[in-house]
Write a protein of this length. Structure first.
Length: 139
């Protein structure tokens, strides 16, 4: 595994960017997201009082950024564009397809799936841009 090629600062910045993107995205889409998820305004307001989902979300963002850095470390196509393409590809192929299946079995509305996929696909593109564009130079 090419851990020695990982730019750790890029991983941390990408994780922060993904986390911040989620905060912005779900703030902007709070009403349709809560409706599609079946939450009331009170449930959404009370959910923000527990710090654990925020901690878990940031740790997950770090793991996602690290995995992206590992996946792109040996790529012969450096650059932000390749990172964005990788992020979009992985967001669709891994997340969107699996979550479509999960949502279908849970009988969740497809609006919820679209909102969640939009968040992950764009977020993965952001992470890919940072990781792909800011790769560690090795001798």
């Amino acid at each position: 595994m090419p851990v020695q090629k990982v730019n750790w600062l890029a991983v941390i910045i990408a994780a922060i960017a993904f986390y911040a993107w989620g905060a912005l995205y779900f703030t902007l889409l709070k009403v349709p997201y809560s409706a599609a998820a079946g939450y009331t305004a009170d449930q959404m307001a009370n959910g923000g009082k527990d710090p654990m989902p925020y901690v878990i979300s940031f740790i997950a963002a770090l793991v996602l950024a690290f995995g992206t850095a590992i996946a792109l470390a040996d790529s012969d196509q450096p650059g932000a564009r390749h990172g964005v393409e990788f992020g979009i590809f992985m967001g669709i192929i891994v997340f969107a397809t699996n979550f479509l299946s999960i949502n279908a079995f849970l009988l969740k509305p497809y609006t919820l799936w679209l909102i969640e996929c939009g968040y992950v696909i764009v977020g993965m593109a952001i992470v890919g841009a940072i990781i792909g564009g800011w790769r560690k130079h090795t001798a």
